[in-house]
Design a protein around this ligand. Structure first.
Ligand code: COA
Length: 301
């Protein structure tokens, strides 16, 4: 795999002890191209191979807890992915055997006043919304604890593949706070009010199988095969028609926010748009000629 860290814009480096909760540190900065080449990530890894981008939250010593710097780095990669057409699928995972992400970095909490807490949550919400709004499929590969902000990060992805050892939960209540990165909203839309309140109010964790039964997890896999199987599916997705993938994602996301009639109208529009793509012609021709289709993601021949 090619390591793309030097190629994608990185965040401004923070000097040790610099006030990360002050001022506009929470805004996603836009370094110039020249600056970005010289930057590298401290808290994540990002690699691309054959159209599949892999973003790994890489703070295993603290179970990949999300501090503002890590969130900003994730945001920069997502912005780069949005611009880079060759990336067809994004997989998000956590480093180490134990955790996907064990939540926001609690070590920073004692210093937060309400305004700083709001900025932190706004950063998390902005970054997770940017993941959700990517036009390509985003898979959360959950290899362990997905708690608090980790559960919220996974829920911002299109679907979750989880190891049988994965644990999900919103334990913020045990710290005297509540979810702030969209958890009360995305979780409720996915599993309903009663189950969302159960998780957010008791702070208890549920296992991967239960999370699948609740509709949070798409597939549960053996821990040993989770990564290979996820990458196999990601590669297959990277070979599908990009126009159709984008249209499907947008129609499901926008349609579930609308009434059924509006949703079906969105589907009509998206379905007919697919027929303007080269891929739609190629898909039908390949089927009739009994060969594998070669999709380009293009609207033109
Ligand atoms: N923020 C900061 N540090 C965290 C963290 C978090 N969200 N989650 C884990 N860590 C750190 C621990 O402090 C510990 O650091 P240390 O080795 O310097 O003591 C290290 O990661 C390993 O965690 P540990 O608690 O020893 O592992 P465990 O297997 O006993 O427990 C968890 C695992 C996930 C159950 C436990 O770490 C936990 O409850 N984490 C917090 C989850 C949470 O509340 N998330 C929501 C935050 S808003």
């Amino acid at each position: 795999m090619e390591n793309c860290n030097p190629q994608v814009p990185g965040p401004p480096m923070l000097a040790a002890g610099e006030g990360v909760f002050s001022g506009d540190r929470f805004a996603l900065s836009s370094p110039s191209h020249k600056e970005s080449i010289a930057m590298s990530y401290e808290n994540i890894l990002y690699e691309v191979s054959d159209g599949v981008g892999v973003l790994t939250v890489n703070r295993p010593d603290v179970l990949n807890a999300l501090n503002p710097e890590t969130l900003s780095e994730i945001g920069h990669v997502v912005d780069a992915v949005r611009r880079e057409e060759s990336v067809r699928v994004l997989v998000i995972t956590g480093a180490g055997e134990k955790a996907f992400v064990a939540g926001a970095d609690i070590s920073r909490f004692p210093e937060l006043d309400p305004l700083q807490a709001r900025r932190f949550a706004q950063l998390g919400q902005d970054v997770f919304a940017s993941i959700e709004n990517l036009p390509i499929p985003v898979i959360a590969c959950v290899n362990g604890f997905a708690l608090g902000g980790g559960c919220e990060l996974a829920l911002a992805c299109d679907f979750i593949y989880a190891s049988e050892k994965a644990q999900f939960g919103q334990p913020e209540i045990n710290l005297g706070i509540m979810p702030g990165f969209g958890g009360t909203q995305r979780l409720t839309r996915l599993v309903g009010r009663a189950r969302a309140k159960d998780l957010c109010m008791t702070g208890e964790q549920i296992g991967a199988q239960e999370a699948r039964e609740w509709g949070m997890v798409a597939r549960v896999m053996d821990a040993d095969s989770l990564w290979d199987r996820t990458m196999e599916i990601a590669s297959a997705l990277a070979g599908k028609g990009a126009v159709a993938l984008r249209a499907t994602k947008q129609t499901i996301d926008r349609g579930t926010e609308a009434d059924l009639r509006t949703g079906c109208t969105l589907e009509l529009d998206a379905f007919s748009t697919c027929f303007a793509s080269r891929d739609a012609k190629e898909g039908a021709r390949a089927f009739l000629e009994k060969r594998k289709p070669s999709f380009s993601g293009s609207f033109t021949e």
